[in-house]
Design a protein around this ligand. Structure first.
Ligand code: TZP
Ligand code: MG
Length: 205
């Protein structure tokens, strides 16, 4: 994959961005987000046909702005909707078991530290997501923050494999993540909870 796509990687579901999530997502894409992930989690998360239709609407937006469209944790949905890739966590499906659809798609994997790296087969992984770098309120089981030192250690262990930082990323600490080895940042609230989506995106860029 083009590691440049990781520069500003927005993650969002239907419950993260007020009552007009598609509008927020379109604004974010229009103003410069470089990769998008649909992560549908939590109370009142969409499922079934509703989730499929939401995913399809987002895919159309991603195509319009020429931004890769990734789906978190749901390979069947990703294949059905024709997504550009899948992002998996340590407890999700084994990458080796992904169907052939994903052979030429983007595969992302969450890896927080040396121990998780040791138990991961990264031979088919296009990028890893490392964190939480800072404290986050967006994921209950995110675990303790690894800090920028955690990022730096991971960069040393993975060589040139594309890596995106995640967890508590703000305009203030964005640059630091890049300085410590990340190719970019992925974030939910930094964009989804911003009053002005355009300003938030442009602020990061
Ligand atoms: N994985 C580790 S931290 C996190 C995920 C999905 C949440 C990131 O959200 P925020 O609001 O950018 O901290
Ligand atoms: Mg997961």
């Amino acid at each position: 994959m083009d590691r440049g796509a990781l520069r500003l990687y927005f993650i969002c579901g239907s419950r993260n961005a007020g009552d007009r999530p598609l509008h927020v997502i379109e604004e974010s894409l229009k103003h410069g987000v470089t990769m998008f992930q649909l992560r549908e989690k939590g109370a009142n998360a969409l499922a079934g046909e509703e989730l499929f239709n939401f995913a399809l609407d987002i895919k159309k937006l991603c195509r319009k702005y020429d931004v890769p469209f990734i789906i978190n944790d749901e390979p069947d949905l990703a294949e059905k909707v024709g997504a550009d890739g899948i992002h998996l966590g340590q407890d999700d499906m084994d990458i080796a078991l992904l169907p052939p659809y994903f052979d030429d798609k983007i595969i992302g994997l969450s890896v927080r530290d040396r121990s998780e790296l040791g138990q991961s087969d990264i031979s088919k992984v296009d990028y890893i997501g490392t964190g939480p770098v800072f404290a986050t309120g967006s994921k209950d089981d995110a675990g303790e923050a690894i800090g920028v030192e955690g990022l730096e250690n991971m960069r040393r262990m993975i060589g040139t494999l594309p890596m995106v930082a995640i967890g508590g990323i703000t305009r203030e600490n964005y640059r630091e993540c890049l300085d410590y080895g990340a190719d970019g940042v992925s974030l939910i609230s930094g964009i989804a909870a911003a009053k002005d989506t355009k300003r938030a995106v442009e602020g990061f860029l």
